[in-house]
Design a protein around this ligand. Structure first.
Ligand code: NDP
Length: 498
């Protein structure tokens, strides 16, 4: 990759780069401290300008565009993302510290979401009601909600914005996006990409800056019609409260403490690989992390031996070097939080079977794959989201025990089960309290399938057909033809909507 120089970004507003007026923010590669990008925090004036631009463009340019026009823009955007994949993958890797190969795969997967959303832009439909009586017809029409505020986290920045923005645009919404200040570059680059793809200026605006200032201003802005937020449950609840005050639609993708169940009758080699991938991908900084590994006791000892053996071979370090599977933790705060949880696990009496080791090295914060066994359901490491390369292993006797353990969580984002028995699989699918249940696979996510959580993992769905519908409102249309024969004055009073 050749994009090795620092890039200065402005905000992307109304089709051009505008310097924001707040303090300067520098983003350094969390692997090695190299300066990657610079931009400024957005102030109230900057956020106002972005929202006004979106509001105007929504009314004058995008809400009235045909599905075919929206689809063409999204399809061209997918091609441009593919063409600029090296550049996008570079910034994704450099700002988050993730391995280059992983960043490249995420950009390619994101491009497919844009391709899929392009198909959906032409397929937005409502219902029709032709049996209401003579000369009386009704229909529901899906209309775009208006201006969406989209706020995203740092762990999979381009993938997560691609789970939201193309679906919002397909629906006909305009957007103001606030990426995490830790990983803003690739979202800002979408301004250029969508302009080249033919998106009218002002339909997409990106404001950079911190969550507490610029993000909060955006949540509170009276001209925002919908909030689409991915991030922590704590900030998600705040977004929901602010949304309630402004009567805005709110869609939330939040944290998880996902149970990954392995039954004795499963293909244990496949389950082992998926359990490792599910636990340690992105240094465990993933909402779908299989952070609770539930093993049937008859196979637990052998499975743990192999799991620990493989996890010990996971390479950790500066991802500029070839062959690193795990990069750094995103920043010092997150690093300190994970290190504290490792201490909590030990103090609670769980057995540290691997890792627990960590280091600050050359400007980066690294934590080795860490495995706790003998974890009991009441322990904090079994209940709270750690968001790092730490996995808690619990054992169970029967499928019923496994389901009860899995459901003992305030979260409900995803769950997985490995079993060779179709009855076990069906029982788990019906009983696991999660937005996604994977059977004999983990972390798959085709663009056709909706994604979201229950409980403290969120509200609403994104991706798939539902992902577009989330950005629409339903308008009910009733048409009488052939005359209106009632005369309210002088006749018996009819109940409305009877
Ligand atoms: P945060 O909630 O801290 O931040 C998410 C976004 O919200 C960032 O852009 C952040 O800005 C912004 N933000 C922070 N405070 C405010 C505020 N007061 N008002 C408006 N915006 C604000 O989460 P993290 O970035 O730390 O991400 C990790 C969390 O995200 C984990 O809990 C994880 O489970 C969850 N997540 C959920 C996913 C899902 O689909 N369910 C997917 C990925 C992550 P800034 O960073 O600039 O401060």
């Amino acid at each position: 990759m050749t994009f090795t120089t620092t890039r200065n970004f402005g905000n992307w507003i109304d089709g051009s780069w505008r310097q924001a007026s707040g303090r300067e923010i520098e983003r350094r590669n969390p692997s090695n401290g190299t300066l990657v990008s610079r931009f400024r925090d957005s102030t109230e004036a900057d956020v106002d300008m972005a929202v006004l631009s979106a509001k105007t463009a929504f009314r004058t340019k995008w809400a009235g565009a045909t599905g075919a026009e929206r689809s063409a823009v999204l399809a061209r955007a997918a091609d441009i993302i593919w063409r600029r994949a090296d550049e996008l993958a570079f910034f994704e890797m450099a700002e988050s510290g993730k391995p280059a190969k992983q960043a490249r795969v995420e950009i390619e997967r994101s491009s497919m979401l844009w391709t899929y959303a392009a198909t959906q832009a032409r397929s937005i439909t409502g219902d029709s009601f032709g049996q209401l009586g003579d000369c009386y017809f009704a229909a529901t029409v899906r209309a775009p909600l208006g201006v969406a505020a989209i706020i995203t986290p740092w762990n999979f920045p381009f993938l997560i914005i691609s789970q939201k923005l193309p679906f919002a645009l397909a629906a006909g919404c305009a957007a103001v996006v606030k990426p995490s200040e830790l990983t803003s570059a690739t979202t800002l680059l979408l301004g250029e990409i969508l302009q080249e793809a033919g998106l009218p200026d002002g339909v997409l605006n990106v404001v950079a800056g911190s969550g507490a200032t610029c993000g909060d201003l955006l949540l509170h802005h009276p001209d925002i019609d919908m909030i689409s937020f991915t991030g922590s449950t704590k900030v998600g609840k705040h977004a929901m409260r602010v949304g309630a005050d402004g009567m805005k639609k709110v869609s939330l993708e939040l944290g998880g403490k996902n149970a990954h169940i392995v039954m004795a009758d499963a293909d244990l080699d496949d389950a082992l690989d998926a359990a490792l991938h599910g636990a340690f991908l992105n240094a465990g900084q993933s909402c779908n992390q299989g952070s609770r590994l539930l093993l049937q006791s008859s196979i637990a000892a052998e499975f743990i031996r192999k799991f620990v053996d493989c996890a010990a071979r996971v390479t950790v370090g500066d991802t500029q070097a070839d062959g690193m599977l795990l990069g750094p933790i995103i920043n010092k705060d997150q690093y300190d939080k994970i290190v504290d949880y490792i201490a909590v696990g030990k103090a609670e009496g769980a057995t540290l079977a691997l890792g627990g080791t960590h280091r600050e090295e050359n400007g980066g914060y690294f934590i080795d794959p860490t495995v706790f066994t003998g974890v009991r359901p009441h322990m904090r490491i079994a209940r709270e989201e750690i968001f790092g390369p730490v996995v808690s292993i619990l054992e169970f006797e029967t499928l019923e025990d496994a389901i009860a353990l899995a459901n003992e969580s305030v979260y409900g984002l995803s769950a997985g089960i490995w079993t060779g028995n179709v009855s076990h699989a069906m029982k788990a699918v019906q009983s696991l309290n999660a937005g996604t249940v994977w059977v004999n696979t983990y972390l798959d996510g085709p663009a056709e399938l909706p994604f979201g959580g229950v409980g403290e993992s969120g509200i609403g769905r994104e991706v798939g057909k539902l992902g577009v519908e989330e950005f629409t409102d339903i308008k009910t249309v009733q048409i009488r033809s052939g005359g209106y024969s009632r005369r309210w004055v002088g006749q018996a009073i009819e109940a409305p909507n009877a």
